[in-house]
Design a protein around this ligand. Structure first.
Ligand code: DC
Length: 230
């Protein structure tokens, strides 16, 4: 398979929470030698910083001003906002809910979309999110939409060590309800709601182990390269 170094593709991986986007995107980026970016971590970091500074999340102007000015650094394995390493702190149920609220503010989305676009270029890119194939990179080389049944997504989310804080101890039904509420918020917001792009390939990961999903997605990327990256 060709690597990102020679082709520098943009690969968009979208889908709802718990569909496996993080693990799959990281594995695809590693296999291809591309940069991996978790766009959801950016919404989470802004939400964390807003709460840290004591902002009311309904104060859209304050949250926007924060998104415009704050330094946000996505490392390979770390997230830093305003000089705070928030890698683990943004994976709590409080930030799950707060980031969904921040993600509903159109002007904040515009700021983060601009930042997300700046990651394309130097090397190939695998970016995961909700609107990567529809809004951030409508001309992405490859668009994949990962989905899974709500029950399986809740089980995955409840057993995700990255979301250990506040979620691991919660009953599965609580995790499922929180997931459902966030899905609803992501799918119904006015600006760039979660939806499958017309030209995305849908991969239903229900019942599939991670390595099978990674193989499927790499197959989709390979098909694209075979067709001459058109
Ligand atoms: O993928 P995640 O759960 O870490 O995302 C956190 C929140 O941000 C979630 O409510 C979805 C939202 N989000 C978004 O609206 N657009 C993106 N590109 C990525 C995440």
């Amino acid at each position: 398979m060709e690597s990102c170094k020679s082709v520098k593709p943009v690969i968009a991986i979208d889908g709802p929470s718990g569909a496996g986007k993080g693990s799959v995107s990281r594995a695809i980026a590693k296999a291809l030698g591309c940069r991996y970016v978790d766009s959801g971590a950016m919404y989470r970091a802004i939400a964390w910083m807003a709460l840290h500074e004591g902002f009311d999340l309904d104060d859209e102007a304050a949250v926007l001003a924060l998104a415009e000015r704050v330094e946000l650094v996505l490392g390979d394995q770390s997230v830093t906002v305003g000089g705070h390493n928030v890698t683990s702190a943004i994976r709590t149920s409080e930030i799950d809910a707060a980031s969904a609220r921040v993600a509903r503010i159109p002007a904040v989305r515009d700021v983060l979309v601009r930042r997300q676009r700046s990651y394309a270029g130097a090397s190939g890119l695998v970016m995961e999110g909700r609107d990567i194939g529809t809004t951030v990179f409508p001309n992405a080389d490859v668009k994949v939409y990962l989905d899974a049944s709500p029950a399986e997504r809740a089980v995955r989310r409840a057993s995700d060590p990255a979301h250990g804080v506040g979620v691991a101890a919660a009953a599965l039904s609580d995790v499922a309800s929180a997931l459902e509420a966030r899905d609803y918020s992501d799918r119904t917001r006015s600006s760039s709601p979660l939806k499958i792009a017309d030209d995305a390939v849908l991969v239903d990961t229900t019942g599939l182990p991670l390595d099978s999903v990674v193989k499927k997605v790499l197959g989709i990327v390979q098909q694209h390269f075979k067709r001459g990256c058109s």
